[in-house]
Design a protein around this ligand. Structure first.
Ligand SMILES: [Zn+2]
Length: 65
C-alpha cells in the first residue's frame, strides 16, 4: 500500500505522478503541494519510517532518475 507521508492519504486508488526520492526510497504524493512540503523537509515526515511509507529503490537503479 502506498501512503502519502505528508497528509496520510491512502493512494491505492489514485494515480500518483508526484514522487520524490529520499534516503534510498521513493515516496508518492497525492498532490504537488504535499510533494513540495516533503521536499522542503523530508526528515520531518519520514525520518526513521522510510520503509513504512516509501518504496525501496533497488541499488541497481539508484542512479537513474
Ligand atoms: Zn498529500
Amino acid at each position: 500500500m502506498i501512503v502519502d507521508p505528508v497528509c496520510g492519504t491512502d493512494l491505492d486508488h489514485f494515480e500518483y505522478p508526484q514522487r520524490e526520492d529520499y534516503n534510498g526510497y521513493t515516496f508518492f504524493f497525492g498532490s504537488l503541494g504535499c510533494a513540495q512540503k516533503f521536499r522542503e523537509n523530508p526528515a520531518k515526515y519520514v525520518a526513521g519510517r522510510e520503509a513504512e511509507f516509501g518504496e525501496k529503490i533497488p541499488d541497481y537503479v539508484e542512479k537513474i532518475s
